[in-house]
Design a protein around this ligand. Structure first.
Ligand SMILES: Cc1ncc(COP(=O)(O)O)c(C=O)c1O
Length: 388
């Protein structure tokens, strides 16, 4: 594994920092993305399938934005882990569901920091799927100091508060790496403001026409909020369609505006030349109706959309989709593209899920769940996964 080092730091210059040089001195950041500009591919087979007229569909390949583990978290982590290393913290608390991509991504990145960070995992219940079972095995593979579990949010919260009281120096990364009921820091969201700059460069270079719509999953709102702020800052006409894949208590217009406003305030405080943008409710849309019975549940629409897009594009282009986030987002995008009035729209699907193969880690441990702490064994013994 490649460790973060000073040389990498010098090699990449953020678009955001070039535009607002004072931020470079005041906002901590470490380089994690494998390139300054993550590619965009055109989805021509899908375009033909949905019979677009002058419209077009593209995919942002964030799934490959890191050589070990790609996805939206890596963009947030450039700033979150920047802060953690600047504060010289050596231990972090990772909170998420038992199938959390963020927890796994953070464990992987923790090993690349020197010296590697110690991880305490605080996990809550979610519907049992193969993805969840594999995630737990991978969590254990990356050697956390402790894996706590509670089936309810309330129970988990009590454990977290207790642990934080006795370990006040532990750095907490909230679920999604964004604000959590307005707690925490908005700095992860800066990663997606930088992503909007990156998109702007790709538009200028003719890689993609200015999109009318970006489809992106929305759980903690941070990724979508960064794009909303970035597009407004850069005066792009692009509207963000954030597809709700989690509890409405976390993804709603108020939470989205809060995420946007907090990051704007943060950046303006660091550099007065960063404008105090006003984000309005019609600058974005939160799309409901694709969640199913709850966070992590599988939906027939989501599964059918995954099958369709994988067969048309995914296998050929080397990306994968999953049922919690991206499958539901593709389902919403397909419904949008099927409508007659949208046949001329330029649409970008922001692929937030890692597509690097992790199966070698699982094979290394021969898929043995017996090494997990005992409280997790029930997820293998009953073995009633949704997708079996
Ligand atoms: C693959 C994937 N897509 C999207 C999201 C949601 O992003 P956000 O929490 O920024 O709304 C997450 C994380 O929660 C994720 O793991």
């Amino acid at each position: 594994m490649k460790n973060f080092n000073e040389k990498d730091m010098r090699e990449r210059i953020l678009f955001l920092f070039s535009q607002y040089p004072k931020l470079k001195k005041k906002v901590s950041w470490i380089p994690l993305l494998n390139s300054n500009t993550i590619p965009i591919d055109r989805l021509s087979n899908l375009e033909s399938k949905v019979h677009l007229s002058t419209g077009a569909v593209y995919i942002k390949r964030d799934d490959k934005n890191h050589d070990t583990y790609g996805g939206n978290k890596i963009r947030k982590f450039e700033f979150l882990f920047g802060r953690i290393t600047e504060k010289k913290r050596d231990t972090i608390m990772l909170i998420g569901g038992i199938g959390s991509n963020q927890v796994l991504a953070a464990q992987i990145i923790s090993r690349k920091i020197y010296p590697p960070l110690k991880n305490y995992l605080f996990l809550s219940g979610q519907p049992l799927t193969k993805h969840v079972q594999n995630s737990l095995l991978l969590f254990n593979y990356f050697n956390p100091k402790k894996m706590c579990f509670s089936s309810t949010y309330y129970g988990l919260l009590l454990k977290i508060l207790w642990f934080k009281m006795i370990h006040p120096k532990i750095y907490i990364i909230f679920p999604g790496g964004s604000l959590f009921f307005s707690l925490g820091t908005p700095i992860g969201t800066i990663g997606f403001i930088e992503a909007a700059f990156e998109l702007h460069e790709q538009i200028k270079k003719g890689v993609i026409p200015e999109p009318d719509i970006i489809f992106i999953p929305c759980a903690s709102c941070g990724s979508a909020a960064g794009l909303i702020v970035g597009c407004k800052l850069l005066k792009l006409k692009t509207k963000i369609h954030a597809v709700s894949v989690g509890d409405k208590a976390f993804n709603n217009k108020k939470a989205m505006l809060q995420n946007c406003n907090k990051v704007i305030k943060y950046l303006n405080e660091k550099d007065k030349s960063f404008p105090k943008l006003t984000i309005r409710e019609d600058d974005f849309k939160i799309i409901y109706g694709y969640l199913g019975t709850g966070y992590g549940s599988e939906t027939p629409d989501g599964k059918a959309s995954i099958n369709l897009l994988m067969n048309l594009e995914g296998y050929e282009k080397g990306f994968v989709l999953e049922t919690t986030y991206t499958g539901k987002t593709v389902a919403a995008m397909l419904d949008f593209l099927k409508k007659e009035e949208n046949k001329d729209k330029k649409v970008l699907f922001w692929n937030t899920f890692n597509s690097n193969d992790l199966s070698h880690y699982l094979h290394e441990i021969h898929l043995t769940w017996e090494n997990l702490p005992k409280k997790f064994h029930k997820f293998y013994i009953d073995n009633k996964t949704e997708n079996k």
